[in-house]
Design a protein around this ligand. Sequence first.
Ligand SMILES: Cc1ncc(COP(=O)(O)O)c(C=O)c1O
Length: 455
Amino acid sequence: MPQDLNQAKDKAKDVLELISKKTLDPGERKKVVDESAKYWRDHVNEGFLQYRKSVSTDYTAVEWEDDGAVFRDINGKEFIDMLGGFGIYSVGHRHPKVIKAVREQLEKQCIHSQELIDPLRTYLARLVALITPGDLQYSFLTNSGTESVEACLKMAMLATGRHHFVGTVGGFHGKSLGSLGGTSKAVFRAPFLPLMNWTHLPFGDVEALKMTLECNDFSGDKVAAFLVEPIQGEGGINVAPPGYLKAARELCDKYGAMLIFDEIQCGMGRTGKMFYCEYDDVVPDLMALGKGFGGGVMPIGACVGSAKTWEKYVENPFLHTTTFGGNPLACAAAIATISVLLEEGLLDQAREKGEYMLPRLNKLAEKYPEVLASARGVGLMLGMEFTNNDLGYQVSKNLFARNILISGTYINARVLRVEPPLVISYEQIDKFLSSLEESIQQVYKEQGIAASVPV
Ligand SMILES: Cc1ncc(COP(=O)(O)O)c(C=O)c1O
């Protein structure tokens, strides 16, 4: 497309007007729908457009507004959000306290000078030290999950002087070139090989971890860190088996490797504790945060570390820097998020709502075994495993037709995740459960599946 600054000037003006409008007339709504689809195709990625529209069957589901546990498309159709932005919306969509903090900070200063001491970074780092377990003390603030993982990897290299990493099969840690090494699926990694030195082991397998650390120690290719999600999100909501994290802690200590927990998806209250590793009473050397950390309002993540992981970085703080990471707006959002989680008792709510939902999901699995194999998870990080990929997809499509958004996991297509905002009401949960049952029944009918359990 040729450069055209006049056209750019007019278009930017139009869009700013659109943003400023509280309501749109039908003609304006149609224009937004048509233009969004066209510009996505022409200027974003046509392939991704096909994927995004797949459950909605047309382009009309252009998102426009959100609050609490729902969002509305541009035509005002309301959806219950059972996906929660893949774990972003822990405190709900546009929580008023988070919005207020960001708005008030917006009136003062948006981005820091990069030279003076920016206070909100320090307050947030202090709060993170207070909400994380054990001796985790320092925070490097980032703009995304993948950047948090990158920082953890670099801190582990600095702390150990080593560069071999161990991850897990089913692990997902992001897609920038460092974190992608830890991500396990070939389809995402193969085009970009070679990545850094990585070995992937079966998740939950203590013996495999022991062997690898031992063998690498023997060969001299000593392991810098073991990177693991305490609950694998994209791998299909796989909860670390009892004793696994503790054994990992002991093995890492024995072989001088750092233990990194990626709590980007399972942290910030989602499982009923602030961080899932608290259930197992295990403290990592480094922890990666993201997603829900910014309250679904601002993008922010963190690499959190103990004093020993920070030593070399303190000697030379220019070894890892970022321009926007930890900016005042993002910090204001994260500070408000921590406050909301604690003041509104959202951790307990996550646990209780999960305890309400999981047995009901498993009841549906008992009732409809040809379609729904099982459900698992902790708090509001739940997964439903279908008997094959296609059936799970059909169910998500049927749910979308009933105004409920849900989605699969990146690495395991048989699993649909259930990760709603922690503020979801029991009424909304019940609506989801009844719609899910209807959607499964519809699959039986459409696919001509004979039911083995009389309904
Ligand atoms: C556990 C985990 N780690 C890292 C990431 C990457 O985060 P981001 O997409 O913000 O880079 C994700 C994203 O899904 C994740 O679930």
